[in-house]
Ligand binder design. Structure first.
Ligand SMILES: Nc1ncnc2c1ncn2[C@@H]1O[C@H](COP(=O)(O)OP(=O)(O)OP(=O)(O)O)[C@@H](O)[C@H]1O
Length: 270
């Protein structure tokens, strides 16, 4: 059986006035796969992610979710997109209603998208809390009473509730301590194995991308400059920009002067 990509992006362009934030980006994501989008600040990663989630409209290009375009702005189109694709942000604090319990927030997308009674939703919320490693007590708490790591677990539970096919994670662990990062990445790995969900994982952190993705694209100035298996890209980068990104990771014996020289050679205006 050959399966079709769950997400297919082609010739995506986004301009903000004179700035071309995304410039001809294309990639495919198979069901259950995990794709990294890496690059420095300003390379166009977040804009790409926002277009996938329908938060920005592309200037041109197509995004197909399960074979159908998702650029429509009608209520029906938005509901369909949200049903198939959910997004997780760096700090989900702002996306939780501060007056509502975590459990009530997790139930909200189910209320919008799925049939079922309040009792069905309560049962599913209990299952989700367990799946992401949160206690019943955490479920009864308000967002402000949880740690950053707990809130990110809650955001994952809320996104998974309606069983989407794709999760887009934009710097989802960037604000967390390294040990908490590792816990969340391990949780995400397990959830992918158990549910067959696919990830688009946007990150500037190559160590994180190595852990969580199978393939990756490297973006620079809105374009994809390199793509392939994540391990290969990190082991044998082919594009000078990817090499520069790798050389920019601080390690013992790190040569800051060399990194600065390489950067000037690649980008004389920097
Ligand atoms: N709403 C906007 N209006 C104008 N310019 C924008 C807007 N959003 C992004 N840009 C510009 O588009 C380019 C790409 O930004 P984007 O946020 O997608 O990059 P990024 O790789 O995600 O970086 P970061 O990690 O800093 O968010 C940048 O030059 C940015 O200034």
């Amino acid at each position: 059986m050959t399966s079709e990509p769950v997400l297919a992006v082609s010739s995506l362009v986004k301009r903000f006035g004179d700035v071309t934030a995304v410039d001809g980006v294309g990639f495919e994501l198979m069901p259950g796969a995990s794709l990294g989008i890496v690059g420095e600040s300003g390379s166009g990663k977040t804009t790409t992610a926002r277009i996938l989630a329908g938060l920005d409209a592309p200037t041109s290009g197509t995004v197909l979710l399960d074979g159908e375009p998702v650029t429509g702005r009608s209520r029906r189109a938005r509901l369909r997109r949200a049903r198939l694709l959910q997004m997780i942000f760096q700090d989900p604090y702002g996306s939780f209603d501060p007056r509502q319990s975590i459990a009530a927030s997790i139930a909200e997308p189910m209320r919008l998208h799925l049939p079922g009674t309040a009792a069905d939703r309560r049962a599913r919320v209990a299952e989700l809390l367990d799946q992401v490693g949160l206690s019943e007590r955490a479920g009864a708490s308000l967002p402000r009473d949880l740690s950053g790591g707990q809130r990110q677990r809650a955001a994952i539970a809320r996104a998974l509730g309606i069983r989407p096919r794709v999760l887009v994670l934009d710097e989802a662990v960037a604000a967390l301590d390294v040990s908490i990062q590792a816990q969340i990445l391990t949780l995400l790995d397990g959830l992918r194995r158990d549910t067959g969900i696919a990830y688009v994982f946007v990150s500037h952190d190559l160590a994180v991308v190595r852990h969580i993705t199978d393939t990756a694209v490297v973006m620079r100035h809105g374009r994809i400059v390199e793509r392939g298996d994540t391990e290969r890209i990190l082991r044998e980068p082919r594009h000078p920009y990817t090499r520069l990104l790798l050389d920019s990771i601080p390690v013992p014996g790190w040569d800051l002067d060399r990194v600065a020289r390489d950067r000037r050679a690649l980008d004389p205006s920097s």
